[in-house]
Design a protein around this ligand. Structure first.
Ligand SMILES: Cc1cc2nc3c(=O)[nH]c(=O)nc-3n(C[C@H](O)[C@H](O)[C@H](O)COP(=O)(O)OP(=O)(O)OC[C@H]3O[C@@H](n4cnc5c(N)ncnc54)[C@H](O)[C@@H]3O)c2cc1C
Ligand code: FES
Length: 380
């Protein structure tokens, strides 16, 4: 326990004042080792805000450098055994890819969350974490556009921090706008470091708004993100590249405002931090289907089970009803853990972000997204 850091200032000061990485470490990041899977060791734990902690993860092998590289905005899939069940979750990398010796994951404790409570309450320095990745297409490394608008709510700031840290370390010449909303003044994750980055990077402009300032002495902007806040904070908003990350309701509202303000859909990227409903892994929360299923037949060939699927049910949800263990985490089509091979029939998928061209050519589908259009068979 002696190495545990509980004051955020220690790490953040170190990051903000770190000498620029050597040229050899400043090459453009890539996700070359995207299929990496292994263990990382908790090196430090930093309390960011009430209920949010950053876990600095080091190679567990004793090597100096991480066994993978990543692009700002990507995430890791982590797995824990909790109460006898294996549970997978995804966490965005909040550190910069120029830091080759560690990755930071910043986790908010969900009051009834199975894994986030385990991580925030129980993980300690020296613990090993099973992880895989990096994965994700919610990325920005400065080559995609000559400016970037980052809109975040709450813990949705994590992928944005990786982008801001990286672009600032690289002295990227473009404008960076961060628009951040959080509940109370004490919930500003990375407040000290964002201020330090602003001092270091005159191209970084930050606008924050607090949704629940009542009972505090907060003198800044109040309320949710509005069209006025967006247009006042970002000149020529409609022509900008924009990334949005936050709870589903905030993302939907923000997307709708941006489209109304004339932002082209292909300039807009979003990352959902998971399904809107509790996942079945949270004890007692699995949704039970009551009516008889009337959809196509789904055969899980490895388990030798066949059943009709419900209207709008996914292959993953049916597999859970039948107690077929398909691994999963995000349930929104980004992490790739639920990949299974489709051996016959046809499915439609709303999101296919986690599929590579090779996957598609080989009949791999995402069980969390797949809804059968005909009778199907999958290898699971
Ligand atoms: C690509 C991606 C990146 C992500 N990055 C981050 C990140 O950087 N930081 C971060 O903190 N999270 C991140 N997440 C979210 C993270 O993966 C988890 O979903 C989150 O930590 C909650 O997991 P959990 O096991 O604690 O909650 P779960 O047990 O899965 O519960 C899910 C939700 O349901 C609620 N819930 C649980 N049980 C009940 C119940 N009985 N009744 C009502 N509600 C209930 C929980 O409070 C929680 O909000 C990311 C997700 C994705 C997909
Ligand atoms: S569970 Fe993440 S892509 Fe399906």
């Amino acid at each position: 326990m002696s190495k545990r850091i509980t004051k955020k200032t220690a790490l953040h000061t170190a990051v903000a004042k770190a000498a620029p990485p050597a040229d050899s470490e400043m090459t453009a990041p890539s996700a070359a080792a995207a299929n990496w899977r292994g263990y990382l060791r908790v090196g430090n734990i930093i309390t960011e805000t009430p209920g949010v902690k950053t876990f600095r993860l080091l190679p567990s092998s004793g090597d100096r450098f991480l066994p993978f590289t990543f692009v700002p905005g990507q995430f890791l899939n982590v797995a824990f055994w909790i109460g006898g069940a294996r549970m997978n979750r995804s966490y965005s990398i909040s550190s910069s890819p120029t830091q080759r010796e560690y990755v930071d994951l910043t986790v908010r404790r969900e009051p009834r969350g199975a894994v986030s409570r385990h991580i925030v309450d129980l993980l300690k320095v020296g613990d090993q974490i099973e992880a895989a990745g990096p994965v994700g297409k919610f990325t920005f490394d400065g080559t995609e556009a000559d400016g970037i608008v980052l809109i975040a709510a709450g813990v949705g700031i994590t992928p944005m921090m990786s982008v801001i840290r990286y672009l600032t370390e690289r002295s990227w010449p473009g404008d960076i706008f961060l628009i951040f909303t959080y509940r109370t003044p004490t919930d500003f994750i990375f407040a000290g470091e964002v201020a330090a980055l602003q001092r270091a990077n005159p191209k970084l402009r930050v606008a924050v708004t607090v949704t629940r300032p009542e009972g505090t002495d907060w003198k800044g902007r109040r309320g949710r993100i509005t069209k006025e806040l967006l247009t006042q904070s970002v000149p020529n908003l409609a022509s900008r590249r924009i990334h949005v990350c936050g709870p589903p309701a905030m993302m939907e509202a923000t997307k709708a405002m941006l489209l109304e303000l004339g932002v082209a859909p292909d300039h807009l990227k979003t990352e959902a931090f998971g399904a809107t409903k509790p996942t079945p892994a949270a004890a007692g929360t699995a949704l039970k289907q009551t009516a008889a299923a009337t959809g196509p037949l789904v055969t899980f060939s490895t388990n030798n089970k066949t059943a009709k699927i419900h209207v709008n049910q996914t292959v993953l949800e049916l597999s859970e009803e039948l107690s077929i263990g398909i691994e999963n985490s995000c349930r929104v089509g980004t992490c790739g853990l639920c990949k299974v091979k489709l051996t016959s029939g046809e499915v439609e998928m709303a999101v296919e972000d986690a599929l590579t061209p090779d996957d598609k050519a080989n009949g791999i589908i995402l069980a969390c997204q797949a809804k059968p259009k005909s009778d199907i068979a999958v290898e699971a």
